[in-house]
Design a protein around this ligand. Structure first.
Ligand code: ZN
Length: 151
């Protein structure tokens, strides 16, 4: 998987709401790195019209000692790649974080879980929901969830 050069800028942003917690690729060891904002403890999402949008991000790798504070959203978009990404027959399945991926899996398998992240299901790509492809996307999601757990 091309870790570098596959930054967040490659993700199409058709919306102005995003989570306050992201799972990114650690620049040092390529494991899962969590990016959080101060409001992560109280809210799962921030809109671009809210104060929370511009809060600084704190980065912490789940596998090595890499830490960084004070990162801006623009820096993350330019330098970081989402950790949960998988290519399925030429279409990229991606998720902001583990909870989001779990929610996507539920939707793909026909039983969307209740919860605050269900809000983001409205942004699911139509390509992911094509009936003949759902099973393949669901398998990819399960693989990613299982792989991350094994770390
Ligand atoms: Zn690391």
């Amino acid at each position: 998987m091309g870790v570098r050069g596959s930054g967040l800028t490659h993700i199409r942003y058709g919306h102005a709401t995003r989570p306050t917690e992201l799972s990114l690729v650690c620049p040092r060891c390529a494991a899962e790195m969590r990016a959080t904002q101060p409001s992560s403890t109280t809210r799962v999402s921030a809109g671009d019209c809210t104060a929370g949008w511009n809060e600084p991000w704190a980065l912490a790798c789940t596998a090595c000692t890499y830490r960084k504070r004070g990162a801006t959203w623009d820096e993350l978009r330019e330098t970081s790649a989402l950790f949960y990404r998988a290519d399925v027959a030429g279409v990229t399945l991606w998720a902001w974080n583990r909870a989001h991926l779990t929610m996507l899996l539920g939707v793909l398998e026909g039983h969307p879980p209740a919860g605050p992240l269900l809000y983001f299901s409205t942004y699911m790509r139509r390509q992911w929901l094509v009936r003949t492809r759902r099973a393949a996307f669901a398998r990819a999601a399960r693989r990613m969830l299982a792989g991350a757990r094994a770390r």
